[in-house]
Design a protein around this ligand. Structure first.
Ligand code: ZN
Length: 181
């Protein structure tokens, strides 16, 4: 950050009084510009035995498969964000959302959250940010062409949990996200 988004003056990095971290502070209006982690919310849209994936039309990881997910917006709940992203990327409606996986990614200051969800109908198609959207059976999942480790790990958990018919909420960190052997 170089300039204050309120008054346009330059910002400097310093520790504000009563704080203990370096912040961007406007030299003119003294506004402190806090930078906090961003939340990515997504769904595991399920239709019977199959799961809906989207092939990304945008960078990063263009051409790779992902669960529909994206940055949460102000004024919405986590579940609303996950459902909205599913609608935007796959033009698909979901219901019965259940909190499922939560990944802390402090190295990139992001938190990823996925919900299990029921696909309402088969009336889906590629949204603006997708090249292709389709349903996959477990044995068809393109494990080596998944966009992000959080997506692979969530799918891994989902298929394993489905065999047990129990879906505990999982809060995992980086250790769970090592590339598959
Ligand atoms: Zn300012």
């Amino acid at each position: 950050m170089k300039f204050c988004s309120l008054c346009g003056s330059t910002v400097e990095q310093r520790i504000p009084e009563g704080d203990n971290r370096l912040r961007f502070v406007c030299v003119h209006c003294t506004t402190v510009h806090y930078q906090n982690p961003r939340v990515v919310a997504g769904c595991v849209p399920v239709w019977g035995e199959q799961v809906l994936l989207c092939r990304r039309a945008i960078e990063p990881r263009r051409g790779y498969w992902t669960l529909p997910a994206g940055f949460m917006e102000n004024g919405e709940t986590l579940a609303q964000a996950a459902a909205r992203e599913t609608d935007e990327e796959a033009c698909a409606r979901v219901s019965d959302l259940h909190l499922y996986t939560l990944f802390d990614l402090p190295h990139i200051s992001q938190v990823y959250v996925f919900f299990r969800a029921r696909l309402v109908d088969l009336d889906f198609c590629a949204g603006e940010e997708s090249l292709e959207v389709r349903l996959f059976h477990e044995q068809e999942i393109p494990w080596n062409e998944l966009a992000f480790p959080t997506v692979g790990r969530t799918l891994e958990c989902y298929f394993a949990d489905r065999r047990e018919q129990q879906f505990p909420v999982r809060n995992e960190g980086l250790a769970a996200l090592r590339p598959r052997a």
